[in-house]
Design a protein around this ligand. Sequence first.
Ligand SMILES: [Zn+2]
Ligand SMILES: [Zn+2]
Length: 347
Amino acid sequence: MFCLLCNSEEKLYDGLCKSCYLKEFELIEVPEYATFTACSHCGATLKHDKWIHTGYYDDEIINDAIQKDITVNKELKDVEITTEIITNRGTVYDCMIHVYGQVLDEYLEKDYPIEVKVEKGVCPDCSKFYSGYYEAVIQLRADDRKLEDEEIASADEFISNEIQRLCKTNKLAYVSERIVLKEGVDYQVGSHNAAHKIAENMQKQFGGIITESRKIVGHDKSKSRDLYRSWISVRLPSFHKNDFIEYKDNILKIEKIGSHKFVGLNLRTYENESISWKEYDKIKKVGNTEDIKTTTVTNVTPTEIQVLDPDNYMTVDLKKNKELNFINIGQEINVIKLKNEIYIISE
Ligand SMILES: [Zn+2]
Ligand SMILES: [Zn+2]
Protein backbone atom coordinates (compact mmCIF):
# COMPACT_ATOMS: atom_id res chain seq x y z
CA MET A 1 0.00 0.00 0.00
CA PHE A 2 1.16 3.45 -0.83
CA CYS A 3 0.30 6.89 0.51
CA LEU A 4 -2.44 8.39 -1.69
CA LEU A 5 -0.61 11.69 -1.83
CA CYS A 6 3.12 10.94 -1.96
CA ASN A 7 3.26 7.21 -2.75
CA SER A 8 5.38 6.63 0.34
CA GLU A 9 5.39 3.06 1.66
CA GLU A 10 5.22 3.97 5.35
CA LYS A 11 2.48 2.95 7.78
CA LEU A 12 -0.75 4.57 6.58
CA TYR A 13 -3.42 6.50 8.45
CA ASP A 14 -6.67 6.84 6.52
CA GLY A 15 -4.71 6.05 3.38
CA LEU A 16 -2.00 8.61 4.03
CA CYS A 17 1.54 8.44 5.38
CA LYS A 18 2.09 10.11 8.77
CA SER A 19 3.59 13.27 7.29
CA CYS A 20 0.78 13.70 4.74
CA TYR A 21 -1.86 12.83 7.36
CA LEU A 22 -0.55 15.52 9.71
CA LYS A 23 -0.36 18.04 6.86
CA GLU A 24 -3.97 17.37 5.86
CA PHE A 25 -5.26 17.13 9.44
CA GLU A 26 -7.83 19.78 10.43
CA LEU A 27 -7.87 20.34 14.18
CA ILE A 28 -11.31 21.89 14.17
CA GLU A 29 -14.23 22.41 11.85
CA VAL A 30 -15.13 26.08 11.51
CA PRO A 31 -18.54 27.25 10.30
CA GLU A 32 -18.87 30.10 7.82
CA TYR A 33 -19.45 32.42 10.79
CA ALA A 34 -20.39 32.30 14.46
CA THR A 35 -23.09 34.40 16.09
CA PHE A 36 -24.20 35.79 19.40
CA THR A 37 -27.43 37.62 20.21
CA ALA A 38 -27.54 41.15 21.52
CA CYS A 39 -30.54 43.25 22.49
CA SER A 40 -30.96 45.94 19.87
CA HIS A 41 -32.32 48.35 22.51
CA CYS A 42 -29.94 48.05 25.45
CA GLY A 43 -27.03 45.99 24.15
CA ALA A 44 -27.51 43.16 26.66
CA THR A 45 -26.15 39.88 25.36
CA LEU A 46 -27.49 36.38 25.58
CA LYS A 47 -25.06 34.13 27.39
CA HIS A 48 -25.93 30.54 28.31
CA ASP A 49 -29.67 31.31 28.09
CA LYS A 50 -29.26 34.34 30.35
CA TRP A 51 -29.32 37.97 29.31
CA ILE A 52 -26.49 39.95 30.81
CA HIS A 53 -25.98 43.67 30.81
CA THR A 54 -22.28 44.39 30.51
CA GLY A 55 -22.73 47.49 28.38
CA TYR A 56 -20.12 46.21 25.92
CA TYR A 57 -19.32 43.02 24.03
CA ASP A 58 -16.45 41.52 25.93
CA ASP A 59 -13.94 38.93 24.83
CA GLU A 60 -15.77 36.30 26.83
CA ILE A 61 -18.98 36.73 24.83
CA ILE A 62 -17.09 36.51 21.53
CA ASN A 63 -15.15 33.50 22.80
CA ASP A 64 -18.35 31.75 23.90
CA ALA A 65 -19.94 32.47 20.52
CA ILE A 66 -16.97 30.86 18.73
CA GLN A 67 -16.65 27.89 21.07
CA LYS A 68 -20.31 26.94 20.72
CA ASP A 69 -20.18 26.94 16.91
CA ILE A 70 -16.94 25.04 16.20
CA THR A 71 -16.42 21.26 16.18
CA VAL A 72 -13.18 19.77 17.45
CA ASN A 73 -11.73 16.81 15.51
CA LYS A 74 -12.33 13.64 17.53
CA GLU A 75 -8.75 12.44 16.90
CA LEU A 76 -7.27 15.51 18.61
CA LYS A 77 -6.19 15.05 22.25
CA ASP A 78 -5.14 17.57 24.94
CA VAL A 79 -6.91 20.33 23.08
CA GLU A 80 -6.35 23.96 23.93
CA ILE A 81 -8.38 26.61 22.12
CA THR A 82 -7.98 30.36 22.54
CA THR A 83 -9.65 33.10 20.56
CA GLU A 84 -8.66 36.61 19.70
CA ILE A 85 -10.53 39.56 18.19
CA ILE A 86 -8.50 40.91 15.28
CA THR A 87 -10.75 43.69 14.00
CA ASN A 88 -14.30 44.88 14.42
CA ARG A 89 -16.44 46.24 11.57
CA GLY A 90 -19.82 47.33 12.88
CA THR A 91 -21.64 44.20 13.95
CA VAL A 92 -18.97 41.85 12.56
CA TYR A 93 -15.89 40.74 14.47
CA ASP A 94 -12.96 39.21 12.57
CA CYS A 95 -11.41 36.73 14.94
CA MET A 96 -8.62 34.19 15.03
CA ILE A 97 -8.89 30.80 16.71
CA HIS A 98 -5.62 29.36 17.98
CA VAL A 99 -5.83 25.57 18.32
CA TYR A 100 -3.25 23.34 19.93
CA GLY A 101 -3.49 19.61 20.47
CA GLN A 102 -1.99 16.17 20.02
CA VAL A 103 -2.55 13.66 17.23
CA LEU A 104 -0.44 10.56 16.40
CA ASP A 105 2.03 11.48 19.20
CA GLU A 106 2.72 14.77 17.47
CA TYR A 107 1.72 18.20 18.75
CA LEU A 108 0.03 20.42 16.20
CA GLU A 109 -0.76 24.10 16.30
CA LYS A 110 -2.92 25.93 13.80
CA ASP A 111 -4.81 29.20 13.46
CA TYR A 112 -8.29 29.44 11.93
CA PRO A 113 -9.92 32.73 11.02
CA ILE A 114 -13.61 33.16 11.77
CA GLU A 115 -16.22 35.91 11.53
CA VAL A 116 -18.47 36.52 14.52
CA LYS A 117 -21.72 38.31 13.77
CA VAL A 118 -24.07 40.03 16.19
CA GLU A 119 -27.67 38.93 15.81
CA LYS A 120 -30.21 41.49 16.91
CA GLY A 121 -32.77 40.45 19.48
CA VAL A 122 -34.85 41.99 22.26
CA CYS A 123 -34.11 41.13 25.86
CA PRO A 124 -37.07 40.44 28.19
CA ASP A 125 -36.55 43.69 30.13
CA CYS A 126 -36.69 45.79 26.96
CA SER A 127 -39.63 43.81 25.70
CA LYS A 128 -41.39 44.60 28.99
CA PHE A 129 -40.53 48.29 28.63
CA TYR A 130 -41.77 48.48 25.04
CA SER A 131 -44.98 46.66 25.89
CA GLY A 132 -45.70 49.14 28.69
CA TYR A 133 -45.29 46.53 31.43
CA TYR A 134 -45.39 47.89 34.98
CA GLU A 135 -45.40 46.32 38.43
CA ALA A 136 -46.32 49.34 40.50
CA VAL A 137 -48.06 52.68 40.43
CA ILE A 138 -46.82 55.59 42.51
CA GLN A 139 -49.88 57.70 43.28
CA LEU A 140 -48.88 61.24 44.15
CA ARG A 141 -51.66 62.87 46.15
CA ALA A 142 -52.18 65.74 48.55
CA ASP A 143 -54.26 65.15 51.63
CA ASP A 144 -57.51 67.10 51.80
CA ARG A 145 -56.49 69.60 49.12
CA LYS A 146 -55.35 69.86 45.50
CA LEU A 147 -51.72 69.24 44.61
CA GLU A 148 -49.96 72.46 43.75
CA ASP A 149 -48.25 72.89 40.39
CA GLU A 150 -44.87 73.40 42.09
CA GLU A 151 -45.35 70.20 44.09
CA ILE A 152 -46.05 68.25 40.89
CA ALA A 153 -43.01 69.82 39.19
CA SER A 154 -40.75 68.95 42.15
CA ALA A 155 -42.11 65.39 42.27
CA ASP A 156 -41.57 64.96 38.51
CA GLU A 157 -37.99 66.10 38.84
CA PHE A 158 -37.40 63.98 41.94
CA ILE A 159 -38.77 60.81 40.30
CA SER A 160 -36.79 61.44 37.12
CA ASN A 161 -33.54 61.74 39.11
CA GLU A 162 -34.34 58.61 41.11
CA ILE A 163 -35.05 56.66 37.90
CA GLN A 164 -31.75 57.78 36.37
CA ARG A 165 -29.95 56.54 39.47
CA LEU A 166 -31.84 53.23 39.84
CA CYS A 167 -31.88 52.21 36.17
CA LYS A 168 -28.12 51.67 36.26
CA THR A 169 -28.70 48.49 38.26
CA ASN A 170 -32.37 47.75 37.56
CA LYS A 171 -33.48 47.60 33.93
CA LEU A 172 -37.12 47.78 35.03
CA ALA A 173 -36.59 51.09 36.79
CA TYR A 174 -38.52 53.16 34.28
CA VAL A 175 -41.74 55.15 34.22
CA SER A 176 -43.84 53.60 31.48
CA GLU A 177 -46.56 56.20 31.80
CA ARG A 178 -47.36 59.36 33.76
CA ILE A 179 -51.06 60.02 34.07
CA VAL A 180 -52.50 63.30 35.34
CA LEU A 181 -55.77 62.77 37.18
CA LYS A 182 -58.12 65.13 38.95
CA GLU A 183 -56.91 63.85 42.32
CA GLY A 184 -53.18 63.77 41.53
CA VAL A 185 -50.56 62.14 39.32
CA ASP A 186 -50.01 58.40 38.73
CA TYR A 187 -46.56 57.15 37.71
CA GLN A 188 -46.51 53.61 36.33
CA VAL A 189 -43.17 52.07 37.23
CA GLY A 190 -41.71 48.91 35.67
CA SER A 191 -40.14 47.57 38.84
CA HIS A 192 -41.97 47.25 42.14
CA ASN A 193 -38.66 47.47 44.02
CA ALA A 194 -37.73 50.72 42.31
CA ALA A 195 -41.20 52.20 42.91
CA HIS A 196 -41.02 51.29 46.59
CA LYS A 197 -37.59 52.94 47.01
CA ILE A 198 -38.70 56.06 45.14
CA ALA A 199 -41.84 56.40 47.26
CA GLU A 200 -39.82 56.09 50.47
CA ASN A 201 -37.36 58.72 49.31
CA MET A 202 -40.19 61.02 48.24
CA GLN A 203 -41.65 60.80 51.73
CA LYS A 204 -38.24 61.70 53.17
CA GLN A 205 -38.06 64.67 50.83
CA PHE A 206 -41.63 65.99 50.95
CA GLY A 207 -43.07 64.52 54.16
CA GLY A 208 -46.51 62.96 54.31
CA ILE A 209 -47.46 59.31 54.51
CA ILE A 210 -47.15 56.23 52.31
CA THR A 211 -49.71 53.48 52.02
CA GLU A 212 -49.41 50.46 49.77
CA SER A 213 -51.91 47.95 48.46
CA ARG A 214 -51.58 45.19 45.90
CA LYS A 215 -53.78 43.14 43.63
CA ILE A 216 -53.31 39.94 41.68
CA VAL A 217 -53.24 40.90 38.00
CA GLY A 218 -52.34 37.57 36.43
CA HIS A 219 -50.53 34.29 36.76
CA ASP A 220 -47.04 33.33 35.61
CA LYS A 221 -47.48 29.78 34.37
CA SER A 222 -43.76 29.17 33.85
CA LYS A 223 -43.00 29.99 37.49
CA SER A 224 -46.47 28.94 38.72
CA ARG A 225 -46.97 32.00 40.84
CA ASP A 226 -49.39 34.91 40.90
CA LEU A 227 -48.40 38.25 39.43
CA TYR A 228 -49.08 41.29 41.57
CA ARG A 229 -49.35 44.96 40.88
CA SER A 230 -48.86 47.45 43.71
CA TRP A 231 -50.38 50.85 44.26
CA ILE A 232 -48.13 52.99 46.43
CA SER A 233 -49.81 56.17 47.53
CA VAL A 234 -47.57 59.07 48.54
CA ARG A 235 -49.93 61.46 50.33
CA LEU A 236 -48.41 64.89 50.89
CA PRO A 237 -49.55 66.56 54.11
CA SER A 238 -52.54 68.90 54.06
CA PHE A 239 -50.32 71.59 55.58
CA HIS A 240 -47.17 73.46 54.59
CA LYS A 241 -44.55 75.22 56.68
CA ASN A 242 -46.08 78.20 58.56
CA ASP A 243 -49.60 76.71 58.39
CA PHE A 244 -51.60 76.21 61.58
CA ILE A 245 -52.78 72.81 62.74
CA GLU A 246 -54.86 71.43 65.56
CA TYR A 247 -53.31 68.51 67.44
CA LYS A 248 -54.50 67.16 70.80
CA ASP A 249 -56.55 70.31 71.53
CA ASN A 250 -53.54 72.55 70.90
CA ILE A 251 -52.88 74.91 68.03
CA LEU A 252 -49.42 74.59 66.47
CA LYS A 253 -47.67 76.64 63.82
CA ILE A 254 -45.67 74.35 61.52
CA GLU A 255 -41.98 75.22 61.70
CA LYS A 256 -40.29 72.34 59.90
CA ILE A 257 -41.28 69.34 57.79
CA GLY A 258 -38.92 66.36 58.09
CA SER A 259 -38.71 62.75 56.95
CA HIS A 260 -39.79 61.06 60.18
CA LYS A 261 -41.32 63.98 62.03
CA PHE A 262 -42.50 67.50 61.65
CA VAL A 263 -42.08 70.31 64.14
CA GLY A 264 -44.76 72.74 65.28
CA LEU A 265 -44.66 75.66 67.69
CA ASN A 266 -47.35 75.16 70.31
CA LEU A 267 -49.19 78.51 70.57
CA ARG A 268 -50.18 77.85 74.17
CA THR A 269 -46.74 76.97 75.59
CA TYR A 270 -44.58 78.59 72.86
CA GLU A 271 -42.47 75.45 72.83
CA ASN A 272 -41.59 73.38 69.76
CA GLU A 273 -43.15 69.94 69.53
CA SER A 274 -41.92 67.13 67.27
CA ILE A 275 -44.72 65.02 65.92
CA SER A 276 -44.25 61.69 64.17
CA TRP A 277 -45.94 61.17 60.78
CA LYS A 278 -47.66 58.20 62.45
CA GLU A 279 -49.78 60.77 64.28
CA TYR A 280 -50.77 62.40 61.01
CA ASP A 281 -54.35 61.17 61.07
CA LYS A 282 -54.94 62.98 64.38
CA ILE A 283 -54.03 66.31 62.82
CA LYS A 284 -56.25 68.90 61.21
CA LYS A 285 -55.10 71.94 59.31
CA VAL A 286 -56.98 74.94 60.69
CA GLY A 287 -55.35 78.01 59.14
CA ASN A 288 -52.51 79.58 57.21
CA THR A 289 -50.58 82.85 57.14
CA GLU A 290 -53.47 84.58 55.38
CA ASP A 291 -55.53 84.18 58.56
CA ILE A 292 -53.02 86.20 60.58
CA LYS A 293 -54.33 89.61 61.66
CA THR A 294 -52.82 92.63 63.34
CA THR A 295 -54.29 94.03 66.51
CA THR A 296 -53.42 96.41 69.37
CA VAL A 297 -52.31 95.53 72.90
CA THR A 298 -54.59 97.45 75.28
CA ASN A 299 -53.15 96.30 78.62
CA VAL A 300 -50.35 94.12 80.05
CA THR A 301 -50.33 92.65 83.58
CA PRO A 302 -47.77 90.20 85.04
CA THR A 303 -50.05 87.31 84.06
CA GLU A 304 -52.20 88.58 81.20
CA ILE A 305 -52.08 90.43 77.92
CA GLN A 306 -55.22 92.26 76.84
CA VAL A 307 -55.79 92.71 73.12
CA LEU A 308 -58.61 93.81 70.84
CA ASP A 309 -60.46 91.02 69.08
CA PRO A 310 -59.70 91.82 65.39
CA ASP A 311 -63.24 90.81 64.40
CA ASN A 312 -65.32 92.88 66.80
CA TYR A 313 -62.82 95.12 68.69
CA MET A 314 -63.96 93.77 72.08
CA THR A 315 -61.12 93.42 74.60
CA VAL A 316 -59.90 89.87 75.28
CA ASP A 317 -57.57 88.76 78.08
CA LEU A 318 -54.91 86.25 77.04
CA LYS A 319 -52.59 84.29 79.34
CA LYS A 320 -49.08 85.72 79.40
CA ASN A 321 -46.12 83.47 78.81
CA LYS A 322 -42.45 84.31 79.39
CA GLU A 323 -41.91 84.07 75.62
CA LEU A 324 -44.28 87.05 75.30
CA ASN A 325 -42.40 89.35 77.74
CA PHE A 326 -41.39 91.63 74.89
CA ILE A 327 -44.97 92.83 74.43
CA ASN A 328 -45.92 96.30 75.73
CA ILE A 329 -49.12 98.32 75.93
CA GLY A 330 -50.01 100.10 72.72
CA GLN A 331 -47.93 97.71 70.59
CA GLU A 332 -49.28 96.30 67.32
CA ILE A 333 -48.97 92.50 67.31
CA ASN A 334 -49.89 89.60 65.04
CA VAL A 335 -52.64 87.26 66.20
CA ILE A 336 -54.66 84.45 64.73
CA LYS A 337 -58.22 83.63 65.71
CA LEU A 338 -58.92 79.91 65.47
CA LYS A 339 -61.93 78.05 66.84
CA ASN A 340 -63.06 81.26 68.53
CA GLU A 341 -59.79 81.68 70.42
CA ILE A 342 -57.10 84.26 69.84
CA TYR A 343 -53.43 83.22 69.76
CA ILE A 344 -50.48 85.60 69.68
CA ILE A 345 -47.89 84.89 66.95
CA SER A 346 -44.67 85.61 68.82
CA GLU A 347 -42.44 86.51 65.89
ZN1 LIG B 1 2.36 10.72 2.00
ZN1 LIG C 1 -32.59 45.10 26.23
